[in-house]
Structure formats: C-alpha cells, structure tokens
Design a protein around this ligand. Sequence first.
Ligand code: PAF
Length: 277
Amino acid sequence: MRQLSTIAGLRDFTRDAPRPLGLVPTMGALHAGHLALVAAARAECASVVATIFVNPTQFGPAEDLARYPRPLAEDLAALEAAGVAAAFVPSVEEMFPAGAATTIHMDGPALPLEGEARPGHFDGVATVVAKLLLEVGPDRAYFGQKDGQQLAVVRRLAADLDMPVTIVAVPTVREADGLAVSSRNAYLSAEQREAAPVLYRALAATRDRFRAGAQARAELEAGCRALLAQQPLFDAVDYVAAVDPDTMEPWAGAGPAMLAAAVRMGDVRLIDNVLME
Ligand code: PAF
C-alpha cells in the first residue's frame, strides 16, 4: 500500500491506477464500519484509495477537535490488511493552505436534524468531500448508511456539481446488541454502553410497526420517542424524525422513509437510523 500526503503525489498515483477506482473517505480511528466501506469498495473496484483526514471545518466550536482520536499507525495497518492500494493522509495545510477562501454551502438535505443541531457541520463535510472527490477522481465513493443525512448531502453535492461519480451507500455495521458501530461509542461509560442499544431497539421496533401497517408519521415518531423516553440514561432526545431519505424533508406518507434519531448521554451524542420501505 502506498502512503501519500500530497495532492500532487495522489494525482500521480491515481493517473495510472486500475479502474474502476473506489474512494473511501474517513477521519481515521477506523472501526468495523469503515472496514465494511473498504470491503464494499474492494468488491466493486479494481483499486481503492482510502483517505484519513480529521477535517477541522466540520467541527463546531463546542466540539472537541483536539480530542478526536488519531491512531495513525493502527489505521494504516488496518487499511493495508484490507487491501487498499493507497492511503492519502494529508496535513491540514495541504488541504486548507493559508488563504483558502472557498466553502461549499449546502441547503436542502443539510438543513434539518443534524444541520440544526450542528450549524455549519455539513458545509464543512461538503467542502472536504468535494475536494477529496476532485483530488482522487474516483468512479465510486463509499459512505455509511449510519450517517444517513451525510449520505443524502453527499449525493446532492455530487449531483449539483455534476461530478462523474457514483455514491454508494453501505449498510450500518452493528454490535451484537444492535448498537451501531461508531467512534463515539468509545466515550461511553460501561453503564451508558449497556443502555445505548435502546436507541436502535426503539428505531427497529418502530420500523416493525411501520411494516405491520402503522403509517402515520406523527404517530410513528411519537411512539419511537416514547420508547426512547423509557431509558433514564438518555439525558435528551434531540430528534426523532421520519424523513424522505434523499431530501430529509418530513416523510410524505409514500415511498421509502428513513427514521432517524439522536440522543444524548452525558457528553456523548449518538445518532442512528433505519430505512422503512
Ligand atoms: O464520515 C466521515 O468520517 C466524515 O464526515 C467524512 C465523510 C470523511 C468527511 O470528513
């Protein structure tokens, strides 16, 4: 596996890389969810570039960028073992040199839910993802369904900027008890960790009701919220929303829906979603 840190070196590499070329963008601290993205990319692409970049522009002022884990040696070993052809690990200066003045502002799917809770977050995501797509020039790029709103934002971004790339959604990887695998899980105390799967259980139980015929959005959302309220270690439920998976607008009662929720346990905020089709 090649390790690259400059955009020029990356372009030299991708010029001759066998196609189709897959991109797996990450912020490192890799877990089974990231490795599922790599596995999906390896299954469909002749070569795969993974990126590790803790993007400062997607962190809010109250979010601890400095605390974000950066186990680079382990991450590189995991990517190499997973069969990635090149890891692009740029510095902040390489990605955002002094004088950089361009930010992509996203409306539409970036506005509700996480967009309300984390103002500016999706502008930071969209800007860095656009740069990575332009730098790597992949045929396919892989994102987790776990961050369902990010997926919708990236799809909209690629469509709006006429980027010749297929955005591929990879199903959420879950622990045996249903908790979605996430780097944030490491911040949970043992007691919080035990309580956390209630988030998925509430979403899955609501999806079961949907499949059994309950199709009134407000009633589904209220039912899910009531299940979450039963877990005393959830300090707050930021939102429970059944939305159109592409637009993030409230589900209109026809077609597929994404049921998304965010809960807070102390300092840790967990998000998860299920698709209801
Ligand atoms: O999902 C992530 O890890 C990040 O938001 C991404 C897509 C790598 C952009 O920094």
